[in-house]
Write a protein that binds this ligand. Structure first.
Ligand SMILES: [Fe+2]
Ligand SMILES: [Fe+2]
Length: 342
């Protein structure tokens, strides 16, 4: 089990979303706030509210939830969908009430959650709270009341961070699935090194998150077919910095933030963006580094096909000879590669 501080996770998530397109962010935040308000009015437990919080910030997770929580997120999503592209939420009040009375209830049952939604829709404050300026603060205020850490089970960790990863793999077409491969290769290396299972979980998260900072870079640059200009390259190189910044404050993910944020550093200090040398790079960070290089070389890019194993081996060896990456990890990775295990 991994314990993550829910409030700081919310901050990190919000910052990540803040780097995305505005309407998507607004939609997710509205869904979350409405869901939380419904949950509160229905006197759901703190744990159930956390589920609403977590799952409504992220898409497509409904199938593992209890029927009631899934319903709450569904309803909240409907309301948020209605508000897409409209700037004064309360102007849609009557239209939305009609929609829920006529269309929604002709398909779905009149459950306690629906009744509570009707109550909420009568409060002007409910609509004002959905305006952009207050959204995040209100979500936070509700989440602040939760004092303990959110304990994530293993499948939840995989889902939450896997989906977070897709935010970036979806934006950068050339690296689709890249993050998952980095996580997988890093795990294999970690297992070979007999790293304890609890640490492996954090390594996996760091692998999934390592390129998340790319959300801060325009897709136009990430997917540019030709050569990047000097300034464009500077922007691309900012991504590990953002990865680090996004997660450094999340209690429970401090190490993952470091290991992920340092993936472009080099042992001799010639990497970026922090120029950290070998002494400052934990074993786990060095694993992510090698896993990232190995994954990148064995994937197709717009400007080249994936490299042959022999080429990958020779690049890894030259990097380790030049004191860029850890030589033991490099050799171990080469072994795994040649045995067809990664
Ligand atoms: Fe990267
Ligand atoms: Fe990467």
């Amino acid at each position: 089990m991994l314990a993550v501080d829910i409030t700081s996770f919310a901050f990190a998530f919000n910052r990540t979303l803040g780097l995305l397109e505005k309407h998507e962010r607004l939609h997710k935040m509205r869904r979350t706030l409405i869901g939380l308000q419904l949950g509160k009015k229905l006197n759901l437990s703190e744990n159930e509210q956390k589920k609403i919080f977590l799952y409504s910030l992220i898409n497509n997770l409904q199938n593992e939830l209890s029927a009631q929580i899934a319903e709450i997120i569904f309803i909240a999503g409907k309301v948020a969908e209605f508000l897409r592209g409209r700037n004064v939420c309360i102007f849609t009040k009557n239209k939305m009430k009609r929609y829920f009375l006529n269309e929604y209830l002709s398909v779905f049952p009149k459950t306690p959650a629906v009744l509570v939604l009707f109550e909420l829709m009568e409060e002007d404050a409910f609509w004002f709270n959905l305006e952009e300026d207050f959204l995040f603060l209100d979500i936070l205020k509700l989440a602040m009341g939760w004092n303990d850490l959110l304990i994530l089970t293993e499948p939840e960790i995989k889902k939450v961070f896997g989906l977070l990863t897709r935010l970036i793999d979806g934006k950068d077409i050339s690296t689709r699935m890249h993050s998952e491969r980095v996580a997988l290769i890093a795990l294999k290396i970690g297992e070979e090194l007999k790293i304890p299972a609890e640490t492996l979980k954090i390594i996996e998260i760091a692998g999934l998150l390592h390129d998340i900072g790319k959300v801060a870079i325009p897709a136009k640059i990430l997917n540019k077919p030709g050569k990047l200009s000097e300034n464009e390259f500077l922007l691309v190189k900012s991504h590990p910095f953002y990865t680090y910044k996004l997660f450094e404050m999340v209690r429970g993910l401090e190490e993952a933030a470091k290991w992920a944020g340092y993936h472009h550093e080099k042992l001799d200090g010639s990497g970026y963006p922090f120029k950290i040398k070998k002494e400052g790079l934990d074993l786990e960070a060095r694993i992510i580094q090698v896993a990232d290089i190995t994954a990148a070389l064995t994937e197709d890019r717009s400007y080249r096909n994936s490299l042959k194993k022999e080429q990958v081996v020779s690049i890894l060896r030259s990097e380790s000879r030049n004191n860029k990456i850890d030589s033991d990890i490099a050799e171990l990775t080469i072994k795994l590669l040649l045995e067809g295990r990664i």
